[in-house]
Design a protein around this ligand. Structure first.
Ligand code: F6R
Length: 623
């Protein structure tokens, strides 16, 4: 039962190798969504059977298989890259799954919750199952419908009506060689519009190389693509009008662009991500423009609490924003992991603004938390990177982070863009609620505008961070300390090191040190410390300097990230990395960058797969 990447293609003219080329290219781009197995089905001129290849493991295994046993030319194809949840990552569980004696192939992203009952029903009719997946059930149901005389699209509508849970499904039938059908519920599916060819993908990156014109499929809709047409209906077969849109970035944005890894490239796109997220946000009156939807200013003016819901790195963006928004707007801000929020019976109502932060917009924990908040009457503003994703569609209003596609599993540039967008929201609220004078608002916006150039400076001077990472390649533990906005940055540093280098890394609030974690400190343990600016609140700087001395006295190797000109930092540090001067609240946009560079380099020298760390997937579309 996978959460996965999906591609579909159909083209005009005689059978060719284009369907295979398009689908394999799309899978390469979607591999970030899962890489436990990959497979492809080609619709060939033979009307009785499809040509299928599938392999456990990464896409290279499938590519090798196809190189050894080439697939025939065809008119259409579907392909899948899997992130296994139930059903181990074997060849048999890899998609596509076949039905009707190999005439129908189906691929799936999501979970069919009522699959056990459906499987029993099908077994009762004599169907034999060859995999442990829920997907196969949908394939056999589809075969039943097609056998009763329905065209593929109509059969898919009938199947979707019977399924419970979350799914994107694509299917092909050898007897309809110029048709691919798809449907979705709680899982993404985007259509790419070409000339005499059309595409389907979990994400536009699947087909961006071929077309930038896309349309999104709504909840519980079915799409039929042929070379000439795209027909969208609801599950009852009534036509649905969907307006196409132009994707604003191009194929090169989804390539490595000269870097060795996507993550490295994306770290270097940090300045652009911040600049693009800031660009053109204010209307003529200096008021923030949300990208989609609306939460009425009267509502925002009367909210008495903000709850940020997010997971992982996105939650750290929320934690950073808490410090800023509380300071600017004098509204209490809670930050909660989406998965914890939903199950603790949170106190949420129409006067609570819920801010959902997510790069993918598909994180199921955050989707469910958002829905829960909406049921309690809370307005939800989403800060999301992927256009048209579920969170973007379901939120009351959206502020897009314009970080461009983030392919590496570990989030980097999106974090900077999320902090930037959350700050814009905070500044907007401060303005709307009269917490700040217009000149103060203008000053904050100017400070933000200055940040992309400063992030660039951090990147330009990051070689010593890489050198140190190489030196520490054999370390078994790294601790991270931070205080105030430096605390979420410490958490981020630790998370990145864990997920990329698989070593024990922990982030602590520096003030907590003496309440327990200091017991971890022994001779030679590297501790990365985010030192607040001495120009900020004096006591904050002094307290962290004391922490540095405390751990140093116990033999730690102190690695300090300090502001340019902070003389004291060098006195107690084994290594200091300076970032440019910036206001305290803007600092995380700079101090997070060495964390990313450090983790990337350390994992690289250890020979890890930096873009696709083990056991992880880019979009966590299951709870
Ligand atoms: C860590 C990382 C994850 C994500 C988290 C939320 O590097 O990438 O912790 O931040 O899974 O994902 P989104 O932002 O897509 O909701």
């Amino acid at each position: 039962m996978p959460m996965c990447g999906i591609v579909g293609y159909v083209g005009a003219g005689s059978p060719s190798d284009r369907p295979q080329g398009v689908v394999m290219g799309g899978l390469e781009r979607l591999e970030y969504r899962g890489y436990d197995s990959a497979g492809i089905a080609i619709v060939t001129p033979d009307e009785t059977r499809l040509a299928v290849a599938k392999k456990a493991g990464k896409l290279v295994n499938l590519a090798k298989e196809i190189a050894e046993r080439p697939l025939p030319v065809g008119t259409a194809a579907i392909g899948h890259t899997r992130w296994a949840t139930h059903g181990s990552p074997t060849d048999a569980n890899a998609h596509p799954h076949l039905a009707a004696g190999g005439r129908i192939a189906i691929i799936h992203n999501g979970i069919i919750e009522n699959y056990a009952a459906l499987r029993d029903e099908l077994r009762g009719k004599g169907v034999e199952f060859v995999s442990e997946t829920d997907t196969e059930v949908a394939g056999h149901l589809l075969a039943d419908e097609v056998d009763s005389g329905k065209p593929l699209a109509e059969a898919m509508r009938a199947v979707a009506r019977r399924l419970e849970g979350a799914f994107t499904l694509l299917a092909v039938d050898a007897r309809e060689p110029h048709v691919v059908v798809g449907t979705r519920r709680n899982s993404p599916l985007v259509v790419g519009l070409g000339e005499n060819e059309n595409f389907l993908g979990s994400d536009v990156v699947a087909f961006i190389e071929h077309t930038r014109t896309a349309l999104e499929l709504g909840q519980d809709e079915v799409v039929e693509i042929t070379p000439e047409a795209v027909v969208v209906t609801d599950l009852d077969g009534s036509p649905v009008e969907r307006a196409p849109y132009e994707v604003t970035w191009d194929a090169s944005a989804a390539q490595k662009g000269g870097f060795d890894t996507f993550m490295e490239k994306e770290i270097h796109e940090g300045p652009t991500a911040v600049a693009d997220t800031l660009r053109g946000r204010m209307d003529a009156n200096g008021r923030l423009q949300l990208d989609e939807g609306i939460v009425a200013p009267e509502v925002l003016a009367t909210i008495d609490k903000i709850i940020v819901i997010a997971c992982g790195t996105a939650s750290y963006a929320g934690l950073v924003a808490k410090y800023a928004i509380e300071h600017w707007c004098r509204i209490p801000v809670e930050v909660e992991y989406s998965h914890e929020f939903r199950y603790r019976d949170p106190v949420v109502g129409p006067r609570t603004l819920v801010v959902a932060i997510s790069q993918s917009g598909e994180t199921m924990d955050t989707i469910m938390a958002m829905r829960h908040a909406q049921q309690q009457g809370a307005p939800v503003v989403a800060i999301v990177n992927v256009q048209g994703s579920t969170i973007a569609r379901e939120a009351d209003a959206v502020l897009y982070t314009r970080a461009g596609p983030e392919i590496a599993v570990a989030s980097t540039k999106a974090l900077l863009a999320q902090i930037t967008a959350a700050y814009l929201l905070g500044i907007y609220l401060a303005d709307l609620r009269g917490n700040k004078f217009p000149d103060e608002i203008a000053a904050l916006l100017r400070e933000l505008d200055a940040m992309p150039a400063k992030v660039q400076l951090v990147l330009d001077t990051s070689e010593p961070v890489r050198e140190l990472a190489r030196e520490l390649a054999d370390t078994k533990i790294v601790l991270f300390l931070g205080r105030h906005v430096g605390y979420p940055v410490a958490l981020e540093g630790a998370l990145k090191l864990k997920e990329l280098a698989y070593i024990h890394a922990e982030g602590f609030a520096a003030g907590e040190l003496k309440h327990g974690p200091i017991a971890l400190v022994e001779e030679g343990v590297p501790i990365i410390i985010v030192l607040p600016s001495p120009r900020g609140r004096e006591s904050l700087h002094a307290k962290v300097v004391s922490n540095i001395q405390e751990v140093r006295a116990r033999g730690a190797r102190t690695i300090v990230i300090a502001e340019e000109g902070d003389e004291q930092a060098a006195q107690y540090a084994s290594h200091v990395f300076y970032v440019p001067e910036a206001p305290t609240l803007m600092m995380p946009l700079l101090t997070a960058v060495p964390m990313h560079v450090f983790a990337h380099e350390l994992a690289t020298v250890q020979g890890r797969d930096v873009d696709q760390p083990r056991n992880l997937a880019k979009s966590v579309t299951v709870e």
